[in-house]
Design a protein around this ligand. Structure first.
Ligand code: SAH
Length: 340
């Protein structure tokens, strides 16, 4: 049976008309999807017989929770099975400023960053906007708490799935949906420059995070293949433009890898690269991923790196490592959860 949510809005309208209803019903159902309805039966402003016809004509699929893990720090990780069997992970976190979820935008990832678990096995497929939204609703339902912040930092590269990610942001912000304000959403990219440019135009209020991890083209290319297509000077140029266009601070994520990018000299090059830009550096001591053979800098070394950056005028903090005991921390999400 076809899945209603997988149809385009045009196809949905055609289906509705073929069932003898008016086209405006499509908009009504769309709002129910934005609100997190779990079935056609939930859509109480549709006529009962129409809801029954719809249920006979198509499925109203949603993600199933295949596995739940709870961290000592309250972080929760969910392995979700999508309607075609693809698996993605989503993570719920508690911060001082409120609850946040980290959502995946693709099953797997094609970007191939050497240190990241999501890259192992490559990309399986893009997620549709409604599937990303479904991750949000599953987390909210499972945790029984309101969630006011969304970060697109799970598996996948958001700008390698631009249209669906953009549609998701619109659905999340919909006044009839979960109403997550643009400023409470953060999209993280490994540096797809055309995506950054489009994003600044389409969603100037949404926060942008850029995974940098190195301050020279050569060092970046050694750990991030994306630097071949979009070299560092081009990326930094796009970031400077973005900050100027939107007036918003860009977050640069910098994963500290022992012996690779964690010395005082690296901090100096990084400070010179970012000089004068409206930005903030978020340092993440590398989280262990067995397959990569790389080791993280210690927390003390990370604090020292942050202090060097600040002394050179670049705002920098060390990210709290939530959920690392359940492999839910940055770079530890995968297409499948291996049992430990
Ligand atoms: N593809 C996007 C979204 C993923 S966000 C991006 O690259 O930005 C996940 C963040 O965790 C990225 O900054 C990524 O570079 C970082 N990361 C990947 N592997 C990591 C690891 N092992 N330890 C710490 N951070 C890691």
């Amino acid at each position: 049976m076809q899945n209603y949510k997988s149809l385009t809005r045009q196809q949905r309208t055609e289906l509705i008309v073929s069932l003898g209803e008016k086209p405006y019903r499509e908009k009504q159902i769309h709002l129910w999807i934005c609100r997190g309805a779990e079935s056609f039966a939930d859509m109480t402003d549709l006529p009962g017989p129409f809801r029954e016809k719809l249920s006979r004509a198509c499925a109203f699929e949603r993600a199933k929770v295949a596995r739940r893990q709870l961290s000592e720090d309250g972080t929760r990780k969910f392995l979700l099975e999508l309607s075609d069997g693809a698996m993605v992970e989503a993570v719920f976190m508690k911060y001082e400023y409120g609850n946040s979820v980290c959502l995946s935008t693709q099953a797997g990832c094609a970007m191939g960053c050497r240190f990241c678990a999501s890259a192992i096995g490559g990309k399986q497929r893009d997620l549709a906007a409604w599937e990303i939204l479904d991750e949000y609703f599953v987390c909210r339902r499972e945790c029984g708490e309101d969630i006011g912040h969304i970060v697109l930092m799970g598996t996948g590269e958001p700008f390698d799935n631009y249209d669906q990610v953009s549609a998701f942001i619109d659905m999340a912000a919909d006044p009839d949906g979960p109403k997550i304000g643009s400023r409470s959403i953060t999209v993280s990219t490994c540096g797809l420059v055309p995506g950054i440019r489009r994003f600044g135009q389409d969603h100037p209020q949404v926060n942008l995070a850029v995974s940098l991890h190195a301050a020279t083209q050569e060092e970046r290319l050694a750990i991030m293949p994306v630097a071949k297509a979009y070299p560092l000077p081009e990326l930094i140029g796009a970031c400077r433009q973005h900050a100027e266009l939107t007036g918003r601070r860009i977050t640069f994520e910098y994963t500290l890898i022992e012996g690779v990018n964690d010395t005082r000299d690296h901090a100096e090059k990084l400070a010179a690269l970012l000089k004068g830009m409206l930005c903030h550096v978020n340092l993440i001591p590398l989280n262990p991923v067995a397959e990569t053979g790389m080791r993280g800098a210690g927390r003390k070394a990370a604090q020292a790196f942050a202090a060097s950056l600040r002394s050179m005028g670049i705002p920098a903090t060390v990210r709290r490592q939530l959920g690392s005991d359940i492999d839910a921390a940055c770079g530890q999400l995968r297409r499948r959860c291996e049992s430990k």
